[in-house]
Structures are given as C-alpha cells and as structure tokens.
Design a protein around this ligand. Structure first.
Ligand SMILES: [Zn+2]
Ligand SMILES: [Zn+2]
Length: 286
C-alpha cells in the first residue's frame, strides 16, 4: 500500500485529501481543497491562492489515475461541486446525502448531485458499509458527529485494508473526542492513521473536556494498537502552537515507536501553516 497525502493545513490549505494505492486499485479520499474564507478577519492571502492552485493541479493529475473516489461529508474542503470533471467515470462512495446530515449539508449534497449529473461511473452511499475490490477492503463507519456534537453534521470514517496494511482516514472528527469516533479506530487498528486533531484554535467552542478526551484517546491508540504512523492534521494544524498542546501525544509516540507527524512531515517536507500565519503573510508585505 502506498499513501500519498495531497493537501492539508500543513501543506498550506484546508483539506484532508489523500491517495491510497493498493495492488487492486487507486483510491482518492476527499478530493477537494479550500481556503478559510476569513481568518483573523482577513481574506486569504495571495500566497494561499497560489498554493491552492498548485495543489489543485497535482490533485487533478491524481484524479485522472484514480479508480475510486470517496466523499466523507459535504463541506467544500472535502467535495468540490465546481470541478465535477474530476469525478468523471469514477466509482464514487459517498456519505449518505439525506440520513444523519444537517440542513446545510443536505442542500450542498443536492447541489453536488446536480453538478455530477451522470459523470461518475457509479455513486453509492457508503455509511456503515463494506466494499471489496480484489484483496482491498474499504470499510466505512456509521455516520459519526463532525466534531464534539452534531451541530456541523456528520462524517464517515474510512478504513482501507489491502491484506497487509490498514490505513484509516478519520475525516473531520476534531479529536477524536467521542467514543463512536475512537471505537472505529480501535476496531480497525490501522498501522497508518490520518487523523483530524482537536480544534485547539477555537478552544472556546471546543472545550477543555473534549481536549482532555482527545489527548487520552490519541495516547490510547498509540499505546494499545500497533500503529506505526499517526498523521495529525486539519482543525489541529490551524493553530501555530499545536505541537506544544500535543506534547503528551508526541511523548507517547516516542516511547512506543510510533511516528507522530503531519501530511507535510510524511512527505518529508516542513510544515507550512499558511492559514495560521495569515496575519504574518500580510504584515510581511508592508
Ligand atoms: Zn467538515
Ligand atoms: Zn474539513
């Protein structure tokens, strides 16, 4: 199995897009890229737009090679109604557009369906289902809350097992702080995890209890499974101080021989938190 992270906050944009290549198929998880419309009251900087364009070009190339595309939920950093062409002739496995979903995502999923038309080879609802392609098994979780509660709707997590390795993509669990999110990870015991970490940049919304729970869950995953690589991303890496806040997780990783890293780190690059540095990007211009 080969894992190729395509876009994320440590690569300078909002996304959790990943390519998973097995002997049987090439899977593109959540192919889309967005920017924070406002951060610190500022619109995206031109450096962020340039990065988004660059990463989209790479994503489009991978889209051509993909057999299967998955959509974990209907936020624009995970699905893109503006570029329906990338989904052409693909087998699509998507979050259910009407069950376990909030109103805003019902509207977006319906617009997405219209944008797709009959471009995809097939579209199947994935919640709680298992799909097999040769020796590759794709298991979707039941819908779990987007974060600590269902205000922002639900997502589906995805475990991909090729018979040798298991990779798991949590989508936007913001933690995981809830048992339903954590249990899916423990059931599948991935060697490689792409995890949306706690939303530390909006602590007033996220809350200390959820933070404690997330830290305990991440440490438990490291201590009680044979995980080798834990990539922490997305909501967490919108915070310049995320590494200090996750110190106990890094320590557990070091003790247990698990590489705690990011999408950028996995690719051998330095983290480049453009959104979190937006204020600086504008200041550097003056
Ligand atoms: Zn989301
Ligand atoms: Zn997201």
């Amino acid at each position: 199995m080969e894992i190729i992270p395509l876009a994320s906050e440590t690569l300078g944009v909002r996304s959790m897009a990943v390519v998973v290549k097995t002997a049987d198929c090439t899977i593109l998880v959540d192919p889309s890229i967005a920017l924070a419309p406002k951060r610190y009251g500022l619109e995206p900087h031109k450096i962020e737009f340039a990065r988004q364009k660059e990463l989209w070009n790479n994503l489009r190339e991978w889209a051509k090679k993909a057999d299967i595309m998955t959509i974990s939920h209907y936020h624009f950093d995970h699905h893109c109604p503006e570029e329906p062409g990338i989904y052409k002739n693909k087998k699509m496995l998507v979050k259910h557009p009407k069950e376990n979903i909030n109103k805003s995502q019902i509207r977006r999923s319906s617009k997405f369906k219209t944008a797709l038309g009959d471009l995809p080879e097939s579209v199947e609802f994935a919640d709680g289902r298992i799909f097999e392609f040769g020796n590759t098994t794709m298991t979707f979780s039941e819908a779990v809350p987007h974060g600590t509660n269902t205000r922002l709707g639900y997502v589906v997590q995805l475990a991909i097992d090729d018979g040798k390795t298991t990779f798991l993509h949590t989508s936007d669990v913001e933690g995981p702080s809830l048992d339903s999110q954590y249990n899916f990870i423990m059931e599948h015991e991935p060697e490689i995890l792409a995890c949306d970490g706690p939303m530390t940049y909006l602590m007033y919304r996220y809350g200390l209890k959820a933070m404690e729970k997330s830290l305990a869950n991440l440490i438990s995953i490291i201590e009680n499974t044979s995980i080798k690589t834990m990539m922490l991303e997305h909501h967490l890496t919108r915070d310049l101080k995320w590494r200090e806040k996750m110190k106990t997780v890094f320590d557990a990783g070091e003790q247990q021989g698990c590489n705690v890293t990011t999408f950028a780190g996995y690719l051998g690059k330095e983290d480049d938190l453009l959104e979190a540095r937006r204020k600086e990007l504008y200041a550097e211009e003056d």
